[in-house]
Structures are given as C-alpha cells and as structure tokens.
Write a protein that binds this ligand. Structure first.
Ligand SMILES: C[S@@+](CC[C@H](N)C(=O)[O-])C[C@H]1O[C@@H](n2cnc3c(N)ncnc32)[C@H](O)[C@@H]1O
Length: 281
C-alpha cells in the first residue's frame, strides 16, 4: 500500500488531529491487507491505493480514462449495470457521475472489497452490489440505460448466451471489453457461402474465437478468446450496433434498430429461453 504522506511512527510532537489521521491510515492499511488480493487499484481518500504494484499498471484507471470521455459527463437519472464489477472501480466512477448503479459479480471475495470501498468513498447509497452470474440477469425485469460488460466475456463458458442476455437488458449504451486474439483484420464477405466453399473460413479476418481447453495466462476461467472481427460480429448478431472502437479491446455499442439487417437472421428467442431456462424477453 502507498500513502501520500504518513510517517511510519507518529512523532510525539504530532498534533492530536495528525495522530488521529495516522491511526486512521494504519487502520485502512490493515483493512486493505485483510481484503487482499486486489485486482482493482482503487484510489481511496488520503492517497491510499489498494493495489499500487498491479502487474497491469494503474489498473483499471487507464482503461477508464480511455472510456470516460465517451460517456455523458452526468448520468443523473440513469440506471447503470456493472457486470463483473470486481472491487467496483467502474461502479464508483458511474456513481460519481450521478448514476444509480447495480454491480454484479460471482465472486464474494471481490464483492466484499467493493462494499468496503463504497463506504470508504461515501458512495454506498448510490450502488447496490449483488452476487450473481451474468446469466441470472435473464430473470431480471430491469433494463439498464448503461451496461458495462468489461473483462467478463472471455471468462464465460457460454459466451453468446451471456451476450444475448446482456444485450436484451441494455436500453441505451453498452461498453464491451474482452481479451482478444492479435490482429485487426475483418473479412467482410460473411453473408453466405456454398457448403463446398470453405476457404473463406480460414481467412485471417473471418470472425473466430480460440477455445482454451486448459488454462490461458494460468487462469482456468479463461474459456474463449475472440478476434476483433468476431467481437463485432457477435455484438451485431446479439442486436447491438458498434458505434465506436475506443482503443484496444473496448467497444462502444447501442441497441440496433429492430429491423437492422445485422441482427441474427431469425428470432433466437425460443433458443435463448430454452438455453437460459428462463422467460427472457
Ligand atoms: C477480469 S475481471 C474484470 C473486472 C472488471 N469488470 C474490469 O473490467 O476491470 C472479471 C470479473 O468478472 C467476474 N466474473 C467472472 N465470471 C462471471 C460471471 N459468469 N458472472 C458475473 N461475473 C463474473 C469475476 O469474478 C471478476 O471479478
């Protein structure tokens, strides 16, 4: 943990208020240690950070900085959903902009961090954290103005099921981010091919995902890694329109019009209901 100012032992000459601050920082330090390990480096009051030595740098602050200018500066009146919220970095940023936020995650360890940090930041009234699988959204009636679906897709064993459910819970804007395969090629002629013309399937920009049978980056929860073309194709097929590519692996989307030719070419709802086991709309 890093502190902007805080001597190891308070000199006796310290004023009472400086000593109180010192003890408070010691307390925060021990609470952060008790809640470790951290994946999000949260910047807490008084310069305290939860994961200053993060292997990805100041994560996810630099990702938020790439995204932040493309979202409305104020989100008052918006409801937002942060899927795979982890320790809540994005939930906190959306709440600061005025959104009413729901953060969901499967992992109670990360949700404990998020709930603790929300109190430290004084944002607990604006955010509800819930332990949920992304697929459980199929049971939810609420539709969200803004959905952050970041860093989760490649962890799903059933990725299109997850994406179809999330797309149907998005009213205005979805931010999608995933681990991707190298390369930015897009093979455009994907509308139809005869069954004996399969070479196109091997073209560099054909939409495809690498399946991870065992582990990737030592993580057994990494299941699928799509290429850039597949990310866009799947988003379109789920009923989204990609409006911007915000740097590496971040896609800004909105629901496509109901008659958009890029949507799945027939009604997938019966299959979606059967696969999810729910009466998803
Ligand atoms: C790589 S972290 C991404 C965290 C955050 N969204 C971000 O982009 O920084 C993946 C998070 O998704 C959560 N997660 C994984 N599978 C999930 C699922 N099926 N439903 C909901 N959350 C999931 C993990 O517990 C973890 O907190």
């Amino acid at each position: 943990m890093r502190f902007s100012y805080c001597p190891a032992n308070p000199p006796e000459s310290m004023t009472h208020s400086a000593q109180r601050l010192h003890h408070r920082q010691e307390q925060i330090e021990s609470e952060i240690a008790a809640l470790a390990p951290w994946f999000h480096n949260l910047h807490l009051p008084n310069g305290v950070e939860t994961a200053p030595g993060h292997f990805l740098g100041d994560f996810p602050r630099y990702k938020w900085q790439a995204l932040a200018p493309h979202l409305p500066a104020r989100l008052d009146g918006w409801n937002a959903l942060d899927i795979g919220c982890n320790a809540g970095y994005y939930s906190f940023e959306l709440a600061r902009r005025g959104a009413r936020v729901t953060g969901i995650d499967v992992d109670p360890h990360y949700l404990r961090q998020a709930e603790w940090a929300a109190k430290e930041l004084g944002l607990e009234k604006a955010i509800e954290f819930r332990q949920m699988q992304v697929y459980d959204l199929a049971d939810e009636d609420e539709i969200f103005d803004l959905v952050l679906f970041m860093g989760v897709f490649y962890h799903l064993r059933y990725p299109l099921l997850g994406l179809d459910i999330v797309a149907r819970h998005t009213r205005r804007t979805m931010v999608f981010q995933t681990l991707t395969m190298p390369g930015m090629e897009v093979y455009e002629d994907t509308w139809d091919h005869p069954i004996n013309e399969r070479d196109a399937l091997n073209a560099p920009g054909w939409p495809r995902m690498a399946f991870i049978e065992h582990r990737f980056s030592s993580d057994p929860t990494n299941w699928w890694v799509p290429n850039h073309a597949a990310v866009q194709a799947m988003l379109r097929s789920s009923g989204m329109e990609v409006t911007a590519h915000l740097g590496h692996e971040i896609y800004l989307c909105q629901p496509a019009s109901t008659d958009a030719p890029t949507r799945a070419p027939y009604d997938i709802t019966p299959e979606l209901r059967s696969a999810s086991g729910r009466a998803v709309r």
